[in-house]
Design a protein around this ligand. Structure first.
Ligand code: HEM
Length: 138
């Protein structure tokens, strides 16, 4: 069972690597003026989004497996708050996917500064979820 938890945490790190780096690419892409640079960012963003989507799916799969295997009651408050935060993170992930398409079509209208702030959201969720998972009532 501890293997499931280990895999859950490993894929969570994979997912977060993408959640941190993709909006960083948006920062630089928003400020990019030349066509070869634009095309390079499009490839990097598409590949990174594919890898982080696999990380997200496997994190969720092993998370749900942990709930099922350890019969975690979904009535536990820490778990309910965690699942709400995870739902917000999934919405953020899907929005990143929409932004990847928007950048590809050269339809981005937002500045690099916007994406710098946008980049902070996953860090806040990470802190909250890890604190919930580790400091939850026994
Ligand atoms: C669908 C998504 C998710 C579900 C259903 C889920 C569920 C769970 C469950 C049931 C545990 C076992 C708790 C225990 O017995 O100790 C766990 C552990 C953990 N989860 Fe998740 N989780 C999900 C997503 C995430 C995300 C997005 C993060 C990070 C931001 C995360 C971080 C952790 C950590 C660090 C642990 C280990 C806690 C410990 O034992 O010290 N999980 N998760």
């Amino acid at each position: 069972m501890l293997w499931i938890k280990a895999l859950h945490v490993i894929f969570m790190v994979t997912w977060f690597a993408g959640l941190f780096y993709l909006p960083r690419l948006f920062v630089y892409h928003a400020d990019c003026q030349d066509q070869p640079g634009h095309e390079r960012f499009v490839v990097m963003e598409r590949k990174l989004f594919a890898i982080m989507t696999i990380g997200a799916l496997l994190t969720a799969l092993f998370g749900v497996w942990l709930i099922a295997a350890w019969h975690w009651p979904v009535t536990e408050i820490w778990l309910q708050i965690k699942l709400i935060l995870v739902a917000a993170l999934i919405a953020y992930h899907l929005y990143c996917g929409a932004l990847v398409r928007r950048f590809k079509l050269q339809q981005n209208t937002r500045s690099g500064v916007f994406y710098r702030w946008f980049n902070e959201f996953p860090a806040l969720v990470l802190i909250a979820v890890v604190l919930l998972a580790v400091l939850r009532p026994a």
